[in-house]
Design a protein around this ligand. Structure first.
Ligand SMILES: Cc1cc2nc3c(=O)[nH]c(=O)nc-3n(C[C@H](O)[C@H](O)[C@H](O)COP(=O)(O)OP(=O)(O)OC[C@H]3O[C@@H](n4cnc5c(N)ncnc54)[C@H](O)[C@@H]3O)c2cc1C
Length: 441
């Protein structure tokens, strides 16, 4: 038992197996699972045992800046491992950057299924989560292509301040594990051990609305460079709740025009009235870097520029980097090695994919849409992330041609980021009108 308690890598399967067969009384095991909000196979269970039996280390409080998915994941893992954790959140609630919108945790850039990943990193599904394995993709001529997959190509979750959002679910898990959250508490990166403060520089910009509707379940994505330059527009309807959005990576000054045009296009497919909508703006960060640390500080999620750049999807990266940052503190392993092992290649591949996506223009996107419908769409999209020699050779050329030479606002001093197409005067970020006095990030 003693060897188990001091197991150096608590995520090793053997360690958990030994523990399960250990002579620790069943009642005590159950008590620990409940106390630390663990699921029975939770890889963090051995750490919970250590936390219960060993006196807490003095002076080991971990400060986290930001209570988004990345910061809360770190908080949950560290608190479960016995660390005193304080999370500082600039807004008055978690999820305040979002409007109850549906977002997708992608299930294509890595082999491991999202549900397995959540379990592996010790998170429970106490939030709305629903697999998505079919939808309609449209090209610029509004030609529909039905797409289907055996395995889900993503999982819908909701973002915002309400009860069943990812943000609230993670908050509940962090509190149950013993973390403390301070609201309306903006701290400087220098004051934090983990910097999880989200995007700071616009590499992509989106405008979204949410509303109630009588439309049936809908997953529509429109790929049209004239309507959403560099990105796409989408309509998701689940259980009578709709999210419509327009994302762009160029010409940020005209986001409202693009949004209006995209909405008109979708209403050509099927007219839908929009009642009691909520509106929000937000941007996304992407950068490549040799290190996501400054001194002892670990940058996670979009604060570290972690994102899938092809589709601007960052939640999977936020959860993963939040987890490996905690793992690095607990096991004293190098954070840079851990995140590179987990997502380094996928992130680089996403830059190459984005280059191909933009270079193809509307003709390329039509072909993309057509091929997505030919077979299993999850297989097709996963294929984009396969790491091939020709992609490896392209990477330095793309980095060279797209490099930003001017000053940017990304958090890490030593990084690669993309040349900005326009100097935009960004709209007020976050929900519109709901919280008029609130500052943007
Ligand atoms: C419109 C839109 C749609 C999106 N859709 C998807 C999608 O479908 N799928 C997907 O995977 N990704 C999507 N993304 C991206 C995804 O939302 C982000 O990648 C993800 O939220 C990043 O998590 P994070 O923890 O790094 O940052 P955030 O979620 O931004 O959390 C950061 C938190 O830190 C707080 N904060 C900021 N500065 C400070 C400070 N100094 N001190 C204390 N607190 C601070 C903020 O208030 C915020 O709560 C979308 C993004 C946008 C904008």
């Amino acid at each position: 038992m003693a060897a188990l308690l001091w197991c150096s890598d608590p995520h090793v399967e053997d360690c958990v197996a030994v523990l399960r067969s250990s002579r620790l009384a069943l009642k005590k095991k159950r008590g620990m699972l409940k106390r630390y909000n663990l699921i029975p196979d939770d890889p963090l269970f051995p750490i919970a045992v250590r936390k219960t039996l060993m006196p807490k280390k003095q002076g080991s409080t971990i400060k986290i800046a930001g209570a988004g998915p990345s910061g809360l994941t770190s908080a949950i893992c560290l608190a479960k491992a016995g660390y005193a954790v304080e999370v500082f959140e600039a807004r008055r609630e978690v999820g305040g950057r979002f409007i109850g919108d549906f977002q997708v945790i992608e299930n294509m850039s890595m082999d491991e299924d999202v549900l397995k990943m959540l379990k592996r990193i010790g998170l429970s599904n106490n939030f709305f989560i629903r697999p998505v394995s079919q939808g309609l993709f449209y090209d610029h001529r509004l030609r529909p292509q039905e797409v289907k997959s055996r395995r889900p190509f993503g999982y819908f979750i909701r973002r915002g301040t309400q009860g069943d959002t990812l943000d609230r679910g993670l908050l509940d898990q962090a509190l149950a594990a013993g973390a403390t959250i301070h609201y309306k508490a903006r701290i400087k990166p220098e004051e934090a051990d983990i910097v999880a403060s989200g995007p700071s520089s616009p590499d992509g910009l989106a405008k979204q609305i949410t509303f109630t509707t009588s439309l049936p379940e809908t997953v529509w994505v429109l790929f049209d460079m004239d309507i959403s330059p560099g990105a796409y527009s989408y309509l998701f309807v689940l259980d009578g709740q709709a999210t419509f959005g327009c994302a762009i990576t160029q010409d940020f000054d005209h986001i409202n025009d693009y949004f209006d045009r995209a909405l008109k296009r979708f209403q050509k497919i099927a007219f839908f009235p929009i009642d009691e909508e909520k509106t929000g703006y937000s941007f996304m960060n992407f950068s490549l870097k040799p290190s996501a640390k400054i001194d002892h500080r670990l940058f996670v999620g979009e604060a570290g520029g972690f994102q899938d750049y092809l589709f601007g999807l960052g939640i999977r990266y936020a959860l993963t980097t939040g987890f490996v940052a905690a793992e690095s503190i607990i096991t004293k392993r190098n954070y840079d090695h851990l995140w590179k092992e987990a997502i380094g290649t996928a992130q680089e591949t996403s830059l190459i994919n984005r280059f191909l996506y933009e270079r193809g223009g509307n003709r390329g996107l039509s072909e993309f849409v057509r091929r997505a419908g030919l077979g299993d769409v999850q297989d097709y999209l996963s294929g984009w992330y396969a790491w091939r020699l020709w992609k490896r050779l392209m990477l330095p050329l793309i980095k060279w041609s797209w490099r930003e030479k001017k000053r940017c606002f990304h958090s890490l001093p030593d990084h690669w980021c993309r040349k900005k197409i326009t100097a935009a005067s960004l709209p007020q970020l976050g929900p519109v009108e709901q919280n008029p006095g609130e500052s943007s990030e």
